[in-house]
Design a protein around this ligand. Structure first.
Ligand code: MRU
Length: 358
């Protein structure tokens, strides 16, 4: 997708300099900075500090992290150690361990002279596949938007939470892909963007990328969706997922569950868009999902631009107050209207998912 009219992916390999390039998302929307990852430690740090974030993108970064590990030390023992550290870097999004396991499976049968070429090919394939999957998610989700548009014959208001946009993937996004496809087809859409405290991925990233694609959008505080739904101002919700269980339960950014409850109460369709790399076929009980808890500073401090154009971080809470920063929640399958995947749309259930996969 585009930034200032130029097409980008969120991650790519610079063949000449043998480095991985990323867009540093901690600097958006105020600064657009492309950063080099030179070592596997750089990749781990980029995931931990959320210079790259979003389930599919951290999977892609982990895959390229293994390429960087091989460039540093062409030894499977080092790759294994680095793989464990990569998996530990963020616990909730399953795409991370999925990508690391896929890379390791591929490398386990390869002799040391070929490690680098095979790893690089596989990391690129993981990223290219994600682009294709997200594009197909868009084409499948477009059918739902078209259906609503044929009835309403007016602008479709879509609410989304966090950033499940192209910045969270390699390109297209998951939740945003149907939106981009609808816009390209000339269907008028307007997006309600949940700010998504504490890190504001909605305001800082989703609104930013929609602006760059010239899609009308309005940022709302996280608690606003309920009244908009009661007033009939939301036609559908589309969110992403960090881990979808085979039961259809969806783990996503904190606050998704409350939006699903409000949607259910107001009979607003609530869709979750995800590639198959986000499905966890093993865990059956959502309480077993490792839920990330992050630094309290993400709650107590806010970053912005001051009157001189300098980026500044300020404390907004009482100094003595305690905070708890839980990063994800789980929306039970019963509140999900449908799962939009690369293979089609299915019911959020084991039967639904098995009808498309396996
Ligand atoms: O903490 P983040 O910013 O990595 O969380 C991202 C989300 O919750 C997204 O909705 C999810 O990863 C889906 S990305 C297509």
């Amino acid at each position: 997708m585009k930034i200032e009219g130029k097409e980008y992916r969120t991650i790519w390999f610079d063949e000449e300099n043998k480095v991985v390039k990323i867009i540093d998302q901690t600097k958006l929307p105020h600064q657009f900075i492309i950063k080099d990852l030179k070592t596997v430690k750089n990749a781990i740090n980029a995931i931990k500090t959320m210079e790259v974030r979003g389930a599919p993108l951290i999977g892609g970064t982990a895959a390229f992290g293994i390429v960087l590990a091989i460039l540093e030390n062409n030894d499977l023992g080092f790759v294994k150690k680095s793989s464990e550290e990569l998996i530990q870097s963020r616990p909730t999004a399953i795409n991370l361990q999925w990508a690391v396991h896929r890379m390791n499976n591929k490398l386990s049968l390869v002799n040391s002279d070929d490690l680098l070429n095979v790893a690089l090919k596989e990391a690129k394939e993981i990223c290219d596949e994600d682009v294709k999957f997200c594009e197909n998610i868009g084409l499948n989700g477009l059918k739902v938007i078209e259906e609503i548009y044929h009835k309403k014959k007016d602008t479709i208001n879509i609410l989304t939470h966090c950033n499940a946009g192209w910045l969270a993937t390699i390109n297209w996004g998951t939740a945003t892909s149907p939106i981009y496809h609808a816009h390209k087809k000339g269907i008028p859409v307007h997006i309600w963007v949940d700010e998504t405290r504490p890190r504001n991925q909605g305001a800082n990233l989703t609104s930013y990328e929609l602006n760059e694609e010239e899609i009308p959008n309005t940022i709302i505080a996280d608690n606003t969706g309920g009244i908009l739904m009661q007033r009939g101002e939301v036609d559908m919700c589309i969110v992403g997922s960090d881990r979808t269980l085979s039961t259809g339960d969806v783990c996503n950014k904190i606050g998704t569950y409350l939006k699903a409850l409000a949607a259910h109460d107001n009979k607003v369709p609530f869709y979750v868009a995800l590639p198959s790399s986000t499905i966890d076929w093993d865990i059956k009980d959502f309480k077993e999902i490792p839920i990330e808890e992050r630094n309290s500073e993400e709650l107590s401090h806010l970053e912005g631009v001051d009157e001189n154009g300098n980026v500044k971080k300020v404390l907004i809470y009482p100094k003595k107050s305690k905070t708890k920063n839980v990063a994800f929640d789980v929306t039970p399958a019963k509140y999900v209207t449908g799962l939009i995947t690369e293979k089609g749309i299915c019911e959020a259930s084991t039967q639904g998912l098995k009808s498309l996969f396996k």
